[in-house]
Design a protein around this ligand. Structure first.
Ligand code: GCB
Length: 620
């Protein structure tokens, strides 16, 4: 019951009428979409701005009153004629929503809305021979169906990764229109699933554009420093549609390097660039090189940093040297205005605060963030933990769900593998320790290694607690740890368990000889909520109590010999439907070191001092 009540209206109804794989709702989560890497360095026409929208709670745009598929659905974008056949919709007069942007924070009546909304936009097009036009969608939460000039083009599931649909065949010269249905309904078989501790912001939450590419085009590449020989940049360039023998050139002007290669039968050219005097990317010197990649008429210019990241025993090595990750967790919540973060200003504010805190690392929780975030981290010298929303209790015994996780991991890696800042791919957060879960996530770790052998794979695990004579012992032995390169663990001593001083009598028993990152810890405080002066036992929810948690945690963390990083929870307060305590939470998780209005809480300064003085974590 629970399941069917929360399924996507669209999908559930289609299945109910026997359309297991109807034309516009195939069960394959990645039906006919691709992903063009380095989208912001390609010629494109922005479709950002106002789109005409229809809130369609009952999926009337798809179904007849007998729940049959309509041939004259809203995707037809038929003009409304008051003297003609009665018509229940009219895009021409419809209210608009801004793209990019979640719908929840654009109109008060949409704050709690979960369901389908239709989007329509007109655009001009002039056909150019030997060119393909893709509709690029930076992210749409959660499930998207696309029509161009009434033709069904593609669909996509997953709210935080980009996709591109080839719309060339549906276009004509002159005025064209695109209609999208974005459905934010939470589903049990989704990734994430029904429960999350963040707001289910729906809509076209990132940039939308039209991208024109030649018939044969560079759709994917990977260029990184060889792990075995730091004087060689290696990787590949893939040219979609290119027959074997098609030339590819990679140039790095600053290094006076120019390499010619040719694609093989899989349209992929192997690249190997010997370099001298390469400056390696690091937080202290986030050096990026201009890299030009060309094949025939297609040319892309990227900025890429080169570095290595690996482990040795319990150490994390950046460019061969031990490093400690001084970090903070961040949600993609927009500072000041709230809602999904997507502007450069949002990114500059969030990452600016992380720098002010003294960080060299950020955990981008719990899903891939806007690409501006990882590009900016590249520039600012912040190492990044990037993760997919394999969060809490997914349907780990469901192969269709595994396919969705695999798809999101592949899209995340494909989009961001050119970012030197990313050192960790995370496959999960706080999942239940079951056999099905371990099998599922081990497969995900294997896939991450296979797609990107140059980075470390992690996950935030739950830990077991045993009482001891003097306090408690935290045991890190989740079997998933076997597959991981770096162990992440979340703990909330002083908040969900014990009092802040509990950290003083907590010991750690880590059963893996691997680096450990304390990927979450902290507690809530409402900015401006203070304990009485001189109060030695400040109450929960006060800034003073949150600061106490940080003091005791820092002392405890410093006693864990294999600790190689921390990313306490969290930089800024964020909206969450689970947090309904009036006056304190009001739909916000208040574990931020900074309020959603930019007010730094006391704990911010405690952590800042520990990071700046390097009194938290080992010296590198
Ligand atoms: C966690 C989750 C995070 C929550 C946080 C909390 O362990 O990973 O998503 O927001 O705790 O505040 O409870």
């Amino acid at each position: 019951m629970q399941k069917s009540a929360t399924r996507s209206i669209l999908t559930a109804s289609l299945l109910a009428v026997g359309f297991n794989t109807p034309a516009f709702c195939q069960t394959s989560p990645q039906a006919n979409t691709t992903l063009l890497v380095d989208i912001d360095h390609r010629p494109s026409t922005s479709l950002n701005g106002d789109w005409r929208t229809i809130v369609d709670q009952y999926s009337t745009g798809i179904y007849t009153l007998h729940q049959e598929l309509r041939k004259d659905g809203f995707f037809m974008n038929a003009p409304f004629d008051p003297s003609g056949h009665p018509q229940d919709y009219n895009f021409a007069n419809a209210a608009t929503l801004r793209v990019p942007g979640d719908w929840n924070t654009q109109r008060p009546e949409l704050l709690y809305y979960e369901g389908p909304i239709w989007y329509e936009k007109d655009f001009q097009h002039t056909a150019v021979s030997n060119k393909h036009t893709f509709l690029h969608i930076g992210a749409a939460n959660y499930r998207t169906f696309v029509w161009v000039n009434t033709k069904k083009i593609c669909e996509h599931e997953g709210g935080f990764t980009p996709f591109d649909c080839d719309i060339t065949a549906a276009l004509h010269d002159g005025s064209n229109f695109v209609v999208l249905s974005v459905d934010s309904t939470r589903i049990a078989e989704g990734v994430p699933t029904l429960q999350t501790d963040w707001w289910n912001y729906g809509g076209l939450t990132r940039d939308v554009s039209l991208v024109e590419v030649p018939d044969q085009f560079i759709d994917d590449y990977d260029l990184h420093l060889s792990r075995t020989d730091r004087s060689v940049i290696e990787g590949y360039v893939h040219v979609e549609g290119a027959p074997a023998g098609t030339p590819v050139t990679v140039t790095i002007p600053e290094l006076h390097a120019k390499i010619e290669s040719t694609v093989d039968a899989n349209s992929r050219a192997a690249i190997s660039i010997p370099t001298k005097s390469l400056s390696l990317w690091s937080p202290e010197d986030p050096k990026l090189y201009k890299v030009e990649i060309s094949s025939g008429p297609d040319k892309i210019e990227d900025t890429i940093g080169f570095r290595t990241i690996e482990t040795r025993g319990t150490q994390i090595l950046l460019n061969g040297k031990p490093v400690f990750l001084r970090g903070i967790s961040i949600h993609a919540e927009a500072p000041y205005r709230t809602g999904r973060a997507y502007t450069q200003k949002d990114v500059d504010t969030l990452l600016g605060w992380a720098k002010e805190l003294g960080c060299n690392y950020v955990r981008l929780a719990h899903y891939p963030h806007d690409e501006r975030m990882t590009r900016t981290a590249d520039r600012l010298g912040l190492m990044v933990w990037s993760e997919i929303p394999d969060y809490w209790a997914l349907q780990f015994d469901n192969q269709a769900v595994l396919a969705k996780s695999r798809q999101q991991l592949s899209e995340m890696i494909r989009r961001d593998r050119d970012k030197a800042s990313i050192v960790l791919w995370s496959v999960a957060n706080e999942t239940p320790n079951t056999e099905a879960r371990t099998k599922y996530l081990t497969a995900m770790v294997d896939l991450a290694h296979q797609l990107d052998p140059t980075r470390l794979v992690t996950a935030a695990l739950l830990v077991r607690t045993e009482k001891t004579a003097s306090g408690s012992n935290k045991i890190v032995d989740d079997p998933l740890g076997k597959a991981l390169d770096v162990i992440g663990t979340n703990e909330y001593i002083g908040w969900y368990e014990q009092h802040a001083e509990g950290a003083d009598t907590t010991t750690w028993d880590i059963r893996y000889d691997k680096p450990l990152i304390m990927s979450e810890w902290g507690g809530d405080a409402k900015a401006g909520n203070h304990a009485a002066s001189g109060d030695t036992h400040p109450a929960l929810w006060t800034e003073e109590y949150q600061a106490e948690i940080y003091r005791h945690q820092i002392a405890m963390l410093n006693k864990i010999p294999q600790l190689r990083g921390t990313s306490p929870w969290i930089l800024m307060d964020f909206r969450s439907a689970r947090r309904v305590n009036p006056g304190l939470q009001d739909n916000f998780n208040r574990k931020g070191l900074i309020s959603d209005q930019g007010v730094r809480k006391q704990a911010f300064f405690i952590l800042q001092k520990a990071y700046k003085d390097k009194t938290l974590g080992r010296a590198e």
